[in-house]
Design a protein around this ligand. Structure first.
Ligand code: DC
Length: 656
């Protein structure tokens, strides 16, 4: 499946440089659709043709051939290389007018579709109407913009010295006019696709802008890099190993205590091979004495990964929990690399040989602490690594978990949502539990609803213990990006409802609360419900609520906009400069409370990750929980994160 990234936006927003940077990094193709419009404008000028139909006919003898190489895109018309010529002032002045003609757009539409179809693994396409008209099914749509002044400055700097006009106000006037023409024309004007991510590059460098897109691609698993899952009990030294793998390029950021660690991914490179290392965090082996294997995080990591790297503390040896995990790992039928960590000397090495008994082949000895053996280990991992990750076959549809306690109406909601729109059911390969996802069209986009077979089954036969229901919910949550938690609005909010909501929060997923059975809510109930919401749901005040009646379908159209808003917040990134100027003002007005006679100083903050937004504040001392929550609240007020949890953690730096 070809990944298409659409980048639209006004002139000078940095589309070309960004698109080329992303395409180069991903080894994908690149299509500059503006170049095609410039090309046909060049043809009009050089042949002296003004009639759009005649112009399109002229394309037969003078076809436009674009080479979609991000490193050196070229455009040939007939047999003339016009790569440079299309940047002339004459072409620039005419292009908006020419590109507004419907026959011209139709002809170039076909050219664009042809280039997109020919791309193998992926293509970044930039223009004005890519996300809306040319590639409405693009897996990622970006709307890149910037202030007029910033755009004019960039364009003026780009223009040749001898090209006029080149002063910034003149360029500003020129692009403003072009934007106006491009956005007000009748046929496919410059427009923001509903599901586009808006990036304002006014204060961002090219590197920051492309990194932002890269991070989203990575988060949505659209990059196609193979995944190595790092599995093992807590404290076997996984984090030290990761630091070794990364060569300390990226420090590991501690998570807020009490927040379950989601799978954290790192990009690694070894001998020219790129891969994603997925840290699964801790796991419990035998909860409640039931002999089931692994935590949800580890389980879904195992399913997504291409290679399973299993770490054992050689100084402790293989424990019962490890044996349970070995069985789970085997079921995956994927390459397994057994890592004996903490082999810090000859004595440990002798003990570590016992790990042959696990039947996973030769244990790879490493001392993460001393860095011994990590090169050999990486060699071994990269040897079994496939070229392209299996998870890339993910289609890029946003993943939704529909969850809630029994009898709240999940299956009727699913039915009414799917209804006639039930596009197709596909089995997700390689899963042990055989979950079935469903692709559902809502509000103009396709969404992947996760493990809906479970919902159907659960509706009529309350199979399994609470434990299994919880586990299943957790696995669905791990795979999802956003959770729709269904509540029965006609009865009091229960403990179980709250537990499920907490699970979503802890998994770090976006959240929507559906108040179902609204048809049964009368005035009295509404009053008590308001009170319950105030008291019990205040911890997730940020979640959007959708009042809905699954039975009749009332308000079901409210779900898609809510999903979009929540996902937008979930992937939002606040530029470091804005974050720190905001924080500076906030601290000046309300400094952190004094503790033990000392006032902790806040040094700076950074957004460590998106999905969900995670902020790390570097300080000289401990910050009270209440002050952290205060910061979180103000962050939300300032930047707005409706629908997503926001995590704020603190790292104390020793004073130099
Ligand atoms: O991106 P650019 O400045 O090279 O684009 C040149 C012109 O082409 C722009 O003013 C509008 C037009 N264009 C368009 O109409 N649709 C596109 N998809 C791309 C460009």
């Amino acid at each position: 499946m070809t990944i298409v990234v659409a980048i639209d936006g006004p002139s000078g927003a940095g589309k070309s440089s960004t698109a080329r940077a992303v395409a180069t990094r991903a080894k994908w193709n690149y299509l500059d659709t503006g170049a095609l419009y410039r090309g046909i404008t060049w043809l009009a000028l050089s042949e002296g043709i003004s009639d759009p139909h005649k112009l399109v006919e002229a394309l037969i003898d003078h076809p436009l051939i674009f080479t979609p190489d991000p490193k050196s895109p070229t455009l040939v018309c007939g047999n003339v290389d016009i790569t440079e010529a299309i940047r002339s002032t004459a072409v620039t002045d005419m292009v908006s007018e020419i590109s507004a003609h419907a026959p011209v757009r139709r002809a170039l539409f076909d050219v664009q579709i042809g280039i997109i179809k020919d791309a193998h693994s992926g293509i970044v396409v930039e223009g004005r109407d890519i996300g809306t008209i040319v590639a409405p099914d693009a897996q990622l749509k970006i709307y890149l913009t910037a202030d007029l002044e910033a755009r004019a400055l960039r364009r003026a700097a780009e223009l040749d010295q001898d090209q006029l006009p080149s002063s910034e106000p003149e360029v500003a006037a020129q692009i403003e006019k072009r934007d106006e023409q491009d956005s007000t024309r009748d046929v496919s004007p410059l427009a923001i696709a509903e599901d586009a991510i808006m990036i304002d590059s006014t204060e961002l460098s090219l590197a920051e802008t492309s990194q932002r897109i890269w991070e989203i691609l990575k988060g949505r698993r659209l990059l196609g890099l193979p995944i190595v899952a790092l599995l093992g009990r807590p404290n076997v030294g996984k984090s030290t190993l990761i630091n070794r793998f990364l060569g300390r390029r990226e420090a590991i950021v501690e998570d807020t205590p009490g927040v379950t660690r989601d799978r954290v991914t790192y990009e690694c490179e070894w001998n020219g091979k790129d891969f994603i290392l997925m840290d699964t965090g801790g796991w419990e082996a035998k909860p409640d004495g039931i002999s089931v294997g692994v935590s949800a995080g580890a389980e879904s990591a195992m399913q997504e990964a291409d290679v399973l790297a299993f770490v054992i503390d050689a100084q402790v040896g293989a424990l019962d929990e490890d044996e349970v995990l070995v069985q789970e790992l085997r079921k995956m039928k994927k390459p397994i690399v057994l890592i004996a960590n903490k082999v810090d000397g000859p004595r440990e090495e002798a003990d570590a040989h016992a790990l042959w008994n696990l039947g996973l082949g030769e244990p790879q000895f490493v001392s993460a602490l001393h860095g011994l053996g990590s090169g050999d280990l990486l060699d071994r991992i990269t040897k079994v690594l496939p070229e392209i990750g299996a998870a890339q076959s993910q289609d890029g549809f946003r993943r939704v978990a529909l969850i809630g306690r029994p009898n709240v109406g999940k299956s009727s909601l699913l039915n009414i949502l799917a209804g006639a729109n039930r596009s197709l059911v596909d089995d997700v390969a390689g899963t042990t539990r055989d979950p079935v996802d469903e692709l559902i069209t809502l509000g103009g986009s396709i969404w992947r609803f996760i493990d809906t077979a479970g919902i159907r089954k659960r509706a009529n036969q309350q199979s399994g213990t609470d434990y299994y229901a919880t586990l299943r919910t957790q696995v669905a949550l791990e795979r999802a990006e956003v959770a729709v938690v269904v509540l029965d609005a006609s009865v009091p909010i229960s403990e179980q409802d709250l537990r499920i909501i907490t699970m979503v929060e802890e998994a770090g997923k976006a959240l929507i609360l559906v108040m179902n059975k609204w048809d049964l809510v009368d005035e009295d109930r509404q009053i008590t419900l308001d009170r319950e919401i105030d008291r019990q749901l205040n911890q997730v005040e940020w979640a959007q609520r959708v009042n809905l009646a699954a039975k009749t379908g009332w308000h079901r159209d409210r779900l898609a906009p809510a999903l979009r808003t929540a996902l937008t917040s979930w992937e939002r990134r606040v530029p470091t400069s804005r974050l720190n100027s905001f924080l500076g003002t906030l601290i000046a007005a309300t400094p952190p409370p004094v503790r033990g006679g000392k006032q902790p100083k806040i040094l700076y903050a950074t957004q460590a990750s998106i999905a969900p937004p995670r902020f790390v504040i570097f300080t000289t001392g401990f910050l009270e929980g209440s002050y952290r929550r205060f910061i979180e609240r103000r962050l939300r007020e300032e930047f707005g994160f409706p629908g997503t949890p926001v995590q704020v953690s603190v790292r104390v730096r020793e004073r130099e």
